[in-house]
Design a protein around this ligand. Structure first.
Ligand code: 1CP
Length: 354
């Protein structure tokens, strides 16, 4: 295996000393970049781009050519698992993801099989292998999946939702069916993430993008235990290094202590919490990733720099912070503003690591 040239991201997740705060951006490969739009047009639709290892690798590397980023993230999607379970994922222009079939009854859920990551999801493993080879040890590769709860929202609703009406109805009227679905998803995610590690992923992130839609009690019944099951089932070492695991519940700011108890290495923070408060609350247990509001990137480079300085100061001295946005970068952000953001972190973070 090639020696990793820049391991600041992995070191920060494990709270080991670093020379400056590492940075990457959620959705760093995406529609705000003209070169992404060109490659996407070449591939045709979004899933064809995910299924073509060379093109998926190309879009993964595009942001790294422009910016001083400390990690690459596999170009794929969280919805590959429900697709591989047979639900038939498709994207309607401008409308987001949709499924041909739903998992909205006990009968439908009982029929779902756990996908073999090297077979139905073999295209993702090809992409992981190709990207890892082409990265040539420059920066680590992040593998990822959705959390069982977040994946289930798409599977029960049949696509994106704002109200989560169908899945909440299932949670309170047919909880056994929902628990069976979540359990099958946790098993699927464990196999899938371990296969990503076997194929070259050096760190793992679990996106619980819709955990924040749950009540305090429902989060502890329907989301957290299944992330706990995943954390317990993951391969934590590869290539002689630890494989750090980051949990991100968007809207989960009130539940950080409980999340830190799972044994994960880091928590992703959205922009609703103060990162310094979060650090005091979780103590030495976990590292923190985040947490600038992606909308700040609509501001001037000066405004962006000011926000970066404030987040760095709030976290304070020492390792354990991975700079990121609190959610994915917006489609209409000027790529030059993303550059101003990343450059500000590079410029101002060294002083916190003396
Ligand atoms: O038109 C296009 O080109 C498709 C837009 C797009 C992109 C660029 C989708 C469809 N997925 C992706 C890539 C993607 N998705 C990555 C790639 C790596 C990177 O970060 O650069 C990752 C990590 C994801 C993960 C993902 N997909 C999440 C979790 C993170 C988050 O943003 O909360 C979720 C919820 C999805 C579902 C999904 N896939 C695509 C869209 C537009 C959505 C969101 C739909 C919704 O709001 O419900």
């Amino acid at each position: 295996m090639t020696e990793l040239k820049n391991d600041r991201y992995l070191r920060a997740l494990l709270k080991q000393p670093v020379d400056r705060t590492p940075i990457w951006m959620m959705r760093q490969a995406g529609r705000y970049l003209p070169e992404y739009r060109a490659t996407r047009a070449q591939a045709g639709d979004f899933m064809s781009l995910c299924k073509n290892a060379e093109l998926a690798c190309e879009v993964t590397l595009q942001p790294l050519r422009r910016y001083d980023l400390d990690a690459a993230i596999l170009f794929s999607d969280i919805l590959t698992i429900p697709d591989a379970m047979g639900l038939g994922l498709y994207f309607e222009t401008g409308e987001g993801p949709k499924f041909e079939r739903k998992a909205d009854s006990m009968a439908a859920i009982e029929k779902l099989a756990i996908p073999d990551p090297e077979d139905e999801l073999g295209y993702v493993m090809n992409a992981v292998n190709t990207i890892r080879r082409e990265l040539k040890g420059e920066v680590p590769l992040i593998g990822f999946s959705g959390s069982p709860w977040t994946l289930a929202t798409y599977m029960v609703e049949g696509g994106s939702s704002k109200t989560f009406e169908k899945i909440k109805k299932m949670a309170y009227s047919e909880p056994k069916a929902l628990h069976l679905l979540l359990d099958k998803l946790a098993d699927s995610v464990i196999l899938y993430l371990n296969a990503q590690v076997a194929n070259g992923a050096q760190s793992l992130m679990i996106f619980d993008s819709w955990g924040g839609a749950l009540s305090h009690n429902a989060y502890r019944e329907f989301s957290l235990p299944y992330m706990q099951k995943i954390v317990d089932g993951l391969t934590r070492h590869a290539d002689g290094r630890q494989v750090p695991v980051t949990l991100f519940t968007k809207g989960g700011g009130l539940w950080l202590e409980a999340m830190a108890e799972t044994g994960c290495d880091a928590l992703g923070l959205d922009w609703t919490v103060d990162i310094g408060d979060a650090r005091r609350r979780v103590g030495e247990k976990v590292a923190l990733q985040g947490n600038m509001d992606p909308s700040v990137l609509y501001g001037t480079p000066e405004r962006i720099e000011q926000e970066v300085k404030s987040i760095l100061a709030s976290y304070g001295n020492g390792s354990g912070h991975v700079f990121n946005l609190g959610h994915g970068i917006h489609q209409h952000v000027d790529p030059e503003h993303a550059k101003a953001f990343i450059d500000s972190v590079v410029k101002h973070s060294g002083q916190y690591h003396k």
